[in-house]
Design a protein around this ligand. Structure first.
Ligand code: FE
Length: 191
């Protein structure tokens, strides 16, 4: 049995027990999932990225101190003690993982995708990042440097993807629509 399946069964058992004891209701649990999936989603992150592409001063502030730069927006949802944003450039590609468990910046990216929690992704991405990237359809030139950032309960990483060509003159709202969740984890290139 894979670790993921064991974890899923365990989570289901805990949920059932909490519900039976009347500690939480199904509606509360659904509400939390709904908040991160539908309301938070990766939209907050996309907004930060679009803003950074459009405004050099904001970009500098975001890269210097992500936590402080996102403070004024009051994104709901904890799970981000400290946000660190890493910028992709033609020379450097950044990639995010949590090798220990599944730490992820919920407030800016919503719920982590299933594969992010997969033990295979978590261990392989450190050992063979280019191969894993290739499986996601990201093929980088040999000259580019790949940096893997290991998230923790204290530090949550997010990638600032490269601005796609042909996006000159777009509004921030239009730019935000170009940004995908996977590009902010570092497993997708926008073009
Ligand atoms: Fe974790």
């Amino acid at each position: 049995m894979s670790e993921t399946t064991e974890q899923a069964i365990r989570a289901e058992a805990i949920e059932l027990l909490l519900r039976e004891k009347g500690l939480v209701s199904e509606a509360q649990i659904d509400g939390i999932i709904q908040q991160y999936n539908a309301r938070t989603g990766p939209l907050n992150g996309a907004y930060l990225v679009a803003r950074a592409w459009a405004d050099a001063a904001f970009k500098a502030a975001l890269l210097q101190d992500g936590t402080r730069a996102m403070e004024p927006f009051n994104f709901s949802g904890g799970e981000v003690q400290k946000l660190v944003v890493k910028e992709n450039t033609p020379q450097t590609h950044n990639l995010v993982v949590c090798t220990l468990c599944s730490c992820y910046p919920w407030a800016v990216l919503g719920l982590p995708p299933r594969w992010y929690k997969d033990p295979a992704y978590r261990s392989r991405v450190v050992k063979e990042p280019r191969k894993v990237l290739g499986e996601f359809g990201v093929n980088l030139p040999d000259s580019s440097l790949v940096k893997v950032w290991d998230s923790s309960a204290e530090i949550r990483y997010m990638v600032l993807p490269q601005r796609p060509s042909g996006s000159e003159g777009m509004s921030e709202a239009e730019l935000a629509e170009l940004v995908t969740r996977d590009s902010m984890i570092g497993v997708e290139l926008l073009d």
